[in-house]
Design a protein. Structure first.
Length: 248
C-alpha cells in the first residue's frame, strides 16, 4: 500500500560535480530545486516504509537490482553513482543519487539517517507506455509491501527552452501549471488522464513516472504539497510530496 511519495526532476545538473566550478555557488533556481528534492526525499522517511520504489522513464520497462549503478558519461560528465557497470537510465541514476544524499541505499553519503532500512526497488518504465500500462504497474508496485514509499522521477515540459527548435510552445506553461496543481492536490485521477501523445509535442520526460504514481495511489487518500516549481534552463522542474492524512 502506498503510504508516501515524492516527485522530483532528474536533470544531471542536480549533481554538483556536473556543474564544475559553479558547484560551490549554483544558480539560485537550481539550488532551490536541489534543496526541495532533499526535503521531499527525506520526508519519505517519516512514513517508515518497508519498500522504497524509485520510478523513472527509460527505454523499456525494467526492474534493476538495488545495487545497480548509473553514470553521467553520456552527458560528458565523469560521474558514476554506485559501483559496477553503469546500467541505470538517467532518471534512476539521479533518483539513486538523491536517496544516497538522504542516507538510504548502497553508497549512501549519510548512513544511518533513516529510522529503518527499507528494501529498495529501482524500476524503469517505458516512456512510451500507455496510461493504462503505467497505472497497472503502479498498482502492482503498491502491492509489493505493506508500506510503500514511491519516488517518481521526471521533468515536465522542455518547450520553454528558446534554444530548442520549435520552442517555446505556448501550451507548455498550461500543461506544467496543471500538473503542478495535480501534484499539490495529490490528484491521482488527474495524473492518470495525462495524454501520452503530448510527451513528444511538449518534450515531457515525467509523464510515465507520474502515472505509475497515480496507479500506486489509486484508492488511497493522500495529502499533497508542491515544494518547488522552477524553469532555470527552459525545462520545468517540479518537486512535490504526498503523504497520508494526519489523524486529528
Amino acid at each position: 500500500m502506498l503510504t508516501a511519495a515524492a516527485v522530483c526532476p532528474h536533470p544531471p545538473l542536480l549533481i554538483p560535480a556536473a556543474i564544475g566550478a559553479a558547484a560551490s555557488d549554483p544558480p539560485p533556481a537550481l539550488r532551490a530545486v536541489r534543496d526541495a528534492c532533499d526535503v521531499a526525499v527525506h520526508a519519505l522517511a517519516a512514513a517508515e516504509p518497508d519498500l522504497i520504489a524509485v520510478i523513472g522513464g527509460g527505454a523499456a520497462d525494467r526492474e534493476y537490482d538495488a545495487t545497480a549503478a548509473g553514470s553521467l558519461s553520456e552527458f560528458g560528465v565523469a560521474v558514476t553513482v554506485g559501483e559496477g557497470e553503469p546500467v541505470l537510465p538517467l532518471s534512476l541514476t539521479i533518483g539513486r543519487w538523491l536517496l544516497g544524499r538522504a542516507g538510504i541505499g548502497a553508497g549512501a553519503d549519510e548512513p544511518g539517517q533513516w529510522p529503518r532500512r527499507p528494501q529498495l526497488l529501482l524500476q524503469a518504465v517505458d516512456q512510451r507506455a500507455s496510461a493504462d500500462d503505467c497505472l497497472k504497474l503502479g498498482a502492482a508496485i503498491a502491492e509489493r509491501a505493506p508500506r510503500v514509499a514511491l519516488l517518481a522521477m521526471g521533468d515536465a515540459s522542455a518547450r520553454r527552452a528558446r534554444d530548442i527548435e520549435g520552442a517555446p510552445d505556448p501550451r507548455a506553461q498550461e500543461y506544467d501549471d496543471e500538473v503542478a496543481e495535480a501534484l499539490a492536490a495529490a490528484d491521482a485521477r488527474w495524473l492518470g488522464r495525462l495524454d501520452p501523445a503530448l510527451d513528444g509535442e511538449l518534450m515531457v520526460a515525467g509523464r510515465a513516472a507520474w502515472q505509475v504514481l497515480a496507479g500506486a495511489a489509486a484508492g488511497t487518500r493522500m495529502c499533497g504539497r508542491l515544494r518547488c516549481m522552477a524553469s532555470p534552463y527552459g525545462v520545468t522542474y517540479l518537486v512535490a510530496s504526498w503523504e497520508e492524512p494526519r489523524a486529528d
